[in-house]
Write a protein of this length. Structure first.
Length: 95
C-alpha cells in the first residue's frame, strides 16, 4: 500500500555534479510532490554538486539555495526561492 507523505517527512538522497539548480529543483519537485516558485533563468546559472542525504526536501532546498547565495520561504505550501537582498528589496525589479 502506497501512502503520500508530507514533504517534510520524505528523505531526499541526491547525487549530482555540475547540474543547474533549476533542474535539480524540478527533479526534486517531480520525485517528492512539492510546489516551487522561482526564476528559471536565474537558478539555471547556479550549478550544484552534491552527494548527500537530507531528512526532508526543505533541508535539501535550504542547503542548495544557500550555496547559490539565494534564500527561500514557504508561502501557502509553496517553496518560493528568491535573491538574498538587503532591506528594502520588496519592490525589486528583475530585468
Amino acid at each position: 500500500m502506497a501512502a503520500a507523505l508530507p514533504a517534510s517527512a520524505q528523505k531526499v538522497t541526491i547525487a549530482v555534479e555540475g547540474q543547474p539548480l533549476n533542474k535539480v529543483l524540478l527533479d526534486l519537485k517531480n520525485s517528492h510532490d512539492i510546489q516551487l516558485s522561482f526564476n528559471d533563468k536565474q537558478l539555471g546559472s547556479c550549478l550544484i554538486t552534491d552527494n548527500s542525504s537530507y531528512e526532508n526536501p526543505e533541508a535539501a532546498i535550504a542547503s542548495w539555495v544557500a550555496s547559490c547565495k539565494l534564500s527561500y520561504k514557504i508561502r501557502n505550501g509553496v517553496f518560493v526561492i528568491f535573491n538574498k537582498k538587503g532591506k528594502g528589496s520588496a519592490g525589486k525589479k528583475n530585468e
